[in-house]
Design a protein around this ligand. Structure first.
Ligand code: ADP
Ligand code: MG
Length: 327
């Protein structure tokens, strides 16, 4: 049986679930879905009212099947991951979520795929207070492009660091990279490891709480999508500086040591997909920051010398990889 046509598909899976007055989506409706949306899905453009006195922060990311997620993964999880990685960019800029658009390329119109995908998208959107306001639907190899827009008062840019600033990361690193072989089915972990891997890979947590808390203290920051080593290099080049990292301080996710054994440090340093924050803080704010007792760890400092140097217990340490790059 053929699935719904283009316009039916849009109405059934997207318009109805993201409109405040839609009966079918009553459980997914909250006041957050009315935020500045004069006109949502259905016209040539959405009409959106930006919050007074704030800047809009906007970012887009494409997830391609078998590059960014396994093509046959659970569609609910694909939707969760696709929206969360985009939300992470808003968090990393210290912007509050407002709206997103979705450009969806599908090999076929399959209700068995679309239903869980739309449910995953709506549940994730609701949890983070962002609403779908438009998109595009085309046929082709499975690919998901999401553009997010948020409101920003205190932006966390990459170019604000100074020599001597302390480098921090949020939470722990390496879980998503360690999870990958399990997620791809190349390694069969224990039941507990499979649950960890699933959470790390498909449900990364955009670090809004940490970003808001550090917003007034941090001089620069970003989210770690391609591995700490490669991503901190972006802060370095944007700020015209270098960095020195003390690798023994690197907070490694439990899963990393368990699954990757001897490669745990390398994985935490160069593994992608964690979506934790890396940020820099001037000396004068360190004690105020410490008082907040955030889940963050100091791992090094910014230097006037360019380049990223790694030390392990005082000895120079050379990573094999350099973070993920598409080209
Ligand atoms: P147009 O031809 O004017 O570009 P479309 O026919 O592509 O419009 O889309 C019709 C409406 O449905 C538009 O408002 C568009 O934003 C919305 N839309 C299309 N695909 C999606 C989608 N996957 N998710 C959300 N909204 C969508
Ligand atoms: Mg169109």
């Amino acid at each position: 049986m053929a699935g719904p046509g283009e316009f039916e598909l849009i109405r059934e899976y997207f318009t109805s679930r993201f409109q405040p007055d839609a009966e079918t989506a009553s459980s997914a409706v909250g006041p957050e879905f009315e935020q500045g949306v004069e006109l949502g899905i259905g016209d040539d453009c959405a009409l959106l009212i930006p919050p007074a006195g704030k800047r809009l922060a906007t970012s887009v990311d494409t997830l391609v099947a078998d590059v960014h997620f396994p093509a046959h993964a659970d569609p609910y999880r694909i939707a969760s991951r696709a929206l969360r990685v985009n939300l992470s960019d808003l968090a990393a800029m210290n912007a509050d979520p407002l709206w997103f658009t979705l450009a969806l390329t599908l090999p076929q119109s399959d209700p068995n795929w679309l239903e869980p995908f739309a449910r995953g998208l709506a549940e994730t959107a609701r949890r983070f207070g962002i609403t779908l306001v438009g998109g595009d639907t085309t046929r082709g190899p499975l690919s998901i492009t999401i553009q997010v827009t948020g409101a920003c008062e205190n932006p966390l840019r990459r170019d604000g660091a100074s020599a001597g600033d302390t480098v921090f990361v949020s939470n722990k690193l390496g879980a998503a990279a360690a999870a990958l072989p399990i997620v791809l089915g190349r390694v069969t972990g224990s039941e507990q490891q499979q649950q960890w891997a699933d959470a790390a890979y498909y449900f990364p947590e955009p670090q809004f709480a940490v970003a808001r808390a550090i917003g007034q203290y941090a001089s620069a920051g970003l989210d770690i999508s391609d591995g700490l080593l490669g991503d901190i290099a972006h802060i370095c080049s944007a700020s015209g500086l270098g960095a020195e990292l003390q690798l023994e301080t690197l907070p490694q996710a439990e899963l990393v040591a368990e699954i990757n054994g001897g490669d745990a440090l390398e994985t935490a340093l160069t593994g992608g997909d964690d979506y934790q924050l890396c940020f820099t803080v001037p000396e004068k704010h360190l004690s105020a920051l410490a008082a907040l007792q955030l889940p963050i760890t100091a791992i090094g400092r910014m230097t006037a010398d360019q380049g990223v140097r790694c030390l392990l217990n005082g000895e120079p340490w050379q990573a094999r990889g350099n973070g993920y790059r598409h080209f």
